[in-house]
Design a protein around this ligand. Sequence first.
Ligand code: ATP
Length: 896
Amino acid sequence: MTTTSNSDIPLPREFPHVLVVQASAGAGKTYSLGLRFLQLLARAGSPSTGALGSILALTFTVAAAQEMKSRIIAFLKDIALETPAGSLLREQSGLNPAAAAAWLDCILEHFQRFQVKTIDSLHFQLVQALGKRMNLCPELEASFDQSAWSKVVLEGLLARTDWDQLVISGSGPEATDSLLGLWDGIFQVYLHQEMHSGLRFLPWLEKQVRGVVSDLNQLLTPLAATSLDDLRAAQSQLLHCCREMTEALERAGILDQVSRFDAADKLGNPLAELDSAFFTKTSATELFKKKVHCHPALPECWDLYMGVCRARNAYLLARARLHAAPLARLQLVVSRELERLGQSQGLLMGGWWTRLIRQHLDREELLQEAAMILGMRWRHLLIDEFQDTSREQWEVLRELAVEALSEGGSLFCVGDVKQAIYRWRGGDWRLFFEPLDPRVTPNVPEGNRMRTVLPFNRRSCPEVVAWNNACFASLDKPDAAMLLADAMIPAKEKTQARSHLASTITELYAESAQLPWKECSGAIHVTEIKAEDTQEYKAKAMLTLIAEIEALHARGVSHGDMAVLVRTNTEAGECAQNLLAASIPTITEQSLVISGHPAVRGLLALLTWLDNPGDDAALDALCRNPLLFAEILDDVPDMCTLLLAAPVPLRKDDPLQAAGCVQPGMREEAHIVGGEDAADGDAPRNETAAPLYRRLQEAHPAFWAEHLEPFWKHAGFRGAYELLLAAVAHFRLRELPLGQWAWVEKLLESALNAEAQGYTTLSGFLEFWQENGSFCVVGLPEGLAAVRVMTMHKAKGLEFPQVFLPLLGYGDKNRPAHLLFQSEDEAPYLAATTKPRCAEVTEFMDSELIKTMAEELNLLYVALTRARAGLHIFLADTETARSSHAASWLRAVMPG
Ligand SMILES: Nc1ncnc2c1ncn2[C@@H]1O[C@H](COP(=O)(O)OP(=O)(O)OP(=O)(O)O)[C@@H](O)[C@H]1O
């Protein structure tokens, strides 16, 4: 393998070859992937669909794939139009303007051969091609919505449960084999785990299904079974060992010579004393009183003690496995259910396709067959964000890569192990250098396996680069890494976990120093905030954030050039609310969900009311909508007064009904006033009152006639799209500023989509919206001058002139309730993490802690490297801060 350091990516001349580009943030990895695509086009010579389709570029998210496609097209345009950026690209790629224009035509004409996609969509496509071989329904449908999946799976299982067998619950083998027995066991686990947090069984169960499903993606072999008999055997072994030791101590006359403990008591009833420190001694001198340290029976007694400890550990492990046994059964049942849904209905859960391919990978030439069915001959694989690829995904990609390399192709992977932050999705940074291993890519000559480091930071000003270098570049030294590990895992007893974390950090942060490329000026601002507790800190941090944003804006920095990065979506929502309350234009991920936009809310209220005129709440929301009635706010009837007014009885000769205005498909619902809760007298009043629209119509006929009647009259005849178009015209929504119009346009597009899918009536559309509305989002409008508030995860790959990090109080996450153990020589199994824990569970939890902390550090690195010019960091003063949190980790590494 050769290692080089390059400011630009050369195209190795010899094929086949493997090139791994590793570089720190902002070094131009994504840029180089686009450039590499162009270099391969240039090498192919004149444009052809075959050459275009032989390049497969893979990214991690849909947004990144779209961004990559546009970037490649923009590169080609730049070269074709001979712009200044184009002449550099021409030099770097070897494509001349005429060739670039010809490739552009080829791509636009044969867009389906332009293979830039997510790893998931590639795997889905492969499964589609192999569907018949895998016994899947021909029409496949994919969904990533994990909570929707857990509901579908649960509903299917609950519907098939034979509840009539309730009487046998918990008794006999039928009970354990049946679904009823499964629920019984699961409920026991629930009671055991959630005793203190109240009865919220269904949400808990859904969470378990999501948990077992994510475990399932890693598992190809079924989990090992465990039973009460295993626990009984472990229990009798423990009691036996305790008895043996008691007898030996009695024989030697030293039963009362164990320091600080009544040995007879501990050994007599070990099951009641499982968490006693008596079982955690590390030497005979620690276990026994000084005066018997030279007793001849001590070695034998110590051996017996060790036996007791081993038996206790085995008992604790058996118990942990038994506690998780119903979840293991759930896993099996869920996996069968997912298989059934794929075969009978073609429903595939996000990521499940990777497992399906892996299950069939041992079949000869499976992937070649899939590629042939798809009409593809991939020869060059380009993988972005390689550090976040999961081992399962890599197993499939590796097969494709080996095939491409054996045909004289290439494999090009770019990434940064310091930015590995998707472990929860299976991402495993340790496979980053695997493509360079001769065992993995055997058909590549040694000299053609290359690793390149990009030394320059092309994103940030020299001050930001220098500050991040000062924080992170020395972490490849064991001492500096250890200091940080001390801050990250302060618990005294976790010595081993701390030193493992330190060595992981040294591996991750090797070669992280960067050279500045840009000549601009930037600054780092660190603000200390004193507060008694976290609540006070948050309040003060928000005030400081507002003040700093306002000051920056006053100095001429656009709001659109500022980003606030936080750890969670909830924090993003809170931050955005505070900024909006201070009249700072702000945009969050959530504000891109169109159902939250005031104009969309108003239009949906209109449709809801038209569909069901008795829906007073919808009419109320419509008439109070500040955007729809922006110009006549003072003339809008006071809905409060109307709602509180005495009910007007519904007339039989309701003129609207008489005029035939209640159309088929519209639901006229009478209002029942009183009902069973009526206070007066014995019988409920059951008086029927007119709905709100009737009162509005009678009290404000002019408003009714102008703003509501035009829709009302046509509601029964028109679908949602037509009604929305009429409303857009009536309320002059086209006059909304460009940034705001995007939301309305998206709603119109949704209504058209719904009609195309057969939801042609108004009620049909509302039903469609109920299911899909929360996923309907607009893209970030270009040039919108608003502060972006987003999570650090979402900020990955992005850059902003000014970045604020106001809430660095987050720390280690909650412990999982169960763990999946996998090893080469044993069948995998689940174990609960409740205390007291056996050594296996403790070790596993420590290794998880190390991985979690390393990933949290990476997330902080991602956040600190997004700024082009200004980085604004808020830190709680040391006394108020929790012992281990992002701010304290930063303090351990930052300069000064
Ligand atoms: N060779 C280059 N010539 C000109 N500009 C470049 C070059 N490489 C990168 N850039 C610019 O530098 C910035 C950072 O590049 P890019 O996003 O590709 O970095 P990255 O390594 O993928 O960053 P991160 O790991 O943080 O996502 C972008 O604005 C990009 O356009």
